[in-house]
Design a protein around this ligand. Structure first.
Ligand SMILES: [Zn+2]
Length: 209
């Protein structure tokens, strides 16, 4: 599998490009910004985007999705429980002092347990509410890889003080859906360095509360 991580936008969101070497099909996860850099990385690797997945509808993860869709024709997928966040995109833009990006409802909602498949690559969606109601993670068991959005970070957890956030739900999601994964699963959070399920199980200070 081809896996490129691009750090995009002022909040340094980790955008992942997942591609299959044979079919040259790809999934882009969290194209929050810097769409021209994402597109040139796709071209460099001769990849065609088949799906755009957004882990949650915070502006730093979703802002470039519509532009990427227009350039590639790929559908945008995210959980419909984050629609209230999409409807307040002007307020989110105000938090950062940036222009309001064009956003739209998902072409299809992502639900827990849903299979994600392109030619040569498959994974599943874990619905992990807490950071937002519609937060999801993408799990690729064949590659021991979890794209965790803003649910779990190296040594930390997602913030829950923004609209839709709920600490109790976040910890329950992590315990029920993430800590049940094997220790060797690599975790790419929505921001910051990568980690693993084992490392977080061992030392994440938020799991004792
Ligand atoms: Zn977020």
């Amino acid at each position: 599998m081809i896996h490129k991580i691009l750090i995009v936008g002022p909040l340094q969101c980790n955008c992942s490009i997942l591609g299959d070497e044979t079919s040259r099909e790809a999934i882009v996860v969290d194209p929050g910004d810097d769409i021209s850099r994402i597109v040139s990385t796709l071209e460099q690797h001769r990849l065609t985007v088949k799906q755009i997945i957004v882990t949650h509808a915070h502006i730093d993860h979703i802002a470039g999705a519509q532009r990427l869709k227009r350039l590639t024709g790929a559908p945008i997928l995210y959980n419909q429980n984050d629609l209230p966040l999409v409807q307040m995109m002007d307020i989110q833009a105000g938090w950062l002092g940036i222009p309001t990006p064009e956003v739209a409802p998902p072409d299809a909602s992502l639900e827990g347990g849903q299979a994600i498949t392109i030619t040569g690559l498959s994974g599943s969606i874990l619905h992990t509410p807490g950071h937002t109601e519609g937060s999801v993670c993408l799990y690729l068991p064949q590659h021991n890889l979890l794209l965790a959005g803003d649910t779990l970070f190296a040594g930390s957890i997602g913030r829950t003080d923004l609209p839709g956030g709920n600490t109790r739900k976040l910890l329950k999601s992590i315990h029920d859906s993430l800590l049940t994964l094997p220790d060797e699963v690599t975790v790419i959070p929505g921001h910051g360095p990568k980690t693993s399920i084992g490392a977080e199980r061992e030392s994440n200070p938020f799991f004792d509360i």
